[in-house]
Write a protein of this length. Structure first.
Length: 150
């Protein structure tokens, strides 16, 4: 069952690009932008990551921290961070455990073929670890995502 507004986010979020465990309590006292995206280095995901990178200082000033999540590997995340100069961590959810908990992993279809994949979704989590807002796949504007959050 997918998490919804008003639910408490799980404590263990996963492992980042360096193999370090990321926990909700690491962000105590801050609001967390936890964004799920389909794949490193694809056009839409790059546009979204770069929007968050370019708006990162404004997000930080507003009390937010940013963490991205996809099913890509730690190595893929390291390359993506390096290539796009991303100032935030990416969680390697290769077993899709976190995505399934948040309800962002499911059946998708493209060109008449169905497959399992990540739904582009952003969760805004408050200082107490409670989900305050969910920006759904249809609402997300990849090129102006940081402005959407603010």
């Amino acid at each position: 069952m997918a998490l919804k507004v008003g639910d408490k986010a799980p404590e263990v979020l996963g492992v980042n690009q360096d193999g370090k465990e990321i926990r909700l309590s690491d962000f105590a006292g801050k609001k967390l932008v936890l964004y799920f995206y389909p794949k490193d280095s694809t056009p839409g995901c790059t546009a979204q990551a770069c929007s968050l990178r370019d708006g990162y200082e404004d997000l930080r000033k507003a009390g937010y921290e940013v963490v991205g999540v996809s099913a890509d590997s730690e190595a893929s995340h390291r390359k993506f961070i390096e290539k796009q100069n991303l100032p935030f961590q990416l969680i390697a959810d290769s077993q899709t455990k976190l995505a399934e908990e948040f309800g962002t992993w499911g059946e998708k279809s493209m060109y008449g073929r169905t497959y399992m994949g990540m739904f582009r979704t952003t969760f805004i989590i408050d200082e107490n670890g409670v989900i305050q807002r969910i920006i759904t796949p249809k609402e997300i504007n990849t090129k102006n995502h940081s402005a959407q959050i603010l």
